[in-house]
Design a protein. Structure first.
Length: 160
């Protein structure tokens, strides 16, 4: 078992989870309704009661936001001198942004980290078709068609 403080200090794991959600956000698109007429930063006019959808899946792959290597899995993009550096929630809206930011964001990261370290301590996991890009199913949450086939075996550390 790891303590809360130990989990908080796992910066690379935090970066790897963020990078995973950047490329494969749990909720790939979201829609909001404008309560009043508004103007976006780029000058786009949004009228009262208009629906506005933002596509977190596409945003995570935009070269102008993430650089030329935007489609590569690169946890290091989140680290500065080995420490996790938060990205603007408006560029990385997986937990929403502004007054609607998810209150459980920090707890969600702690839970994800604790699950990863517990599973990794006990098992070795190999993706069956690791060189094949899975087909995605668009729904309320992003899913892989057929799931993620893996081979699981006890970790060498726990074989005895």
């Amino acid at each position: 078992m790891f303590s809360y403080e130990e989990l908080k200090e796992m910066h690379y794991l935090h970066a790897a989870i963020s990078e995973t959600m950047r490329l494969y956000p749990p909720v790939p698109l979201d829609t909001r309704v404008c309560l009043n007429d508004d103007v976006l930063l780029d000058g786009t006019v949004i009228k009262k009661n208009w629906f506005m959808t933002y596509h977190t899946y596409a945003m995570g792959r935009m070269e102008n936001l993430w650089g030329k290597d935007c489609t590569n899995f690169k946890p290091e993009r989140w680290l500065e001198n080995g420490v996790y550096g938060k990205e603007s929630p408006f560029l990385f809206p997986v937990f929403h942004a502004g007054p609607r930011t998810c209150l459980g964001k920090d707890m969600a990261y702690i839970q994800m980290k604790s699950i990863v370290v517990c599973v990794r301590e006990r098992f070795e996991i190999d993706a069956v078709d690791r060189d094949t890009c899975p087909e995605h199913l668009l729904s309320l949450t992003l899913r892989m068609k057929g799931g993620l086939p893996v081979r699981i075996r006890p970790s060498a550390r726990n074989a005895t």
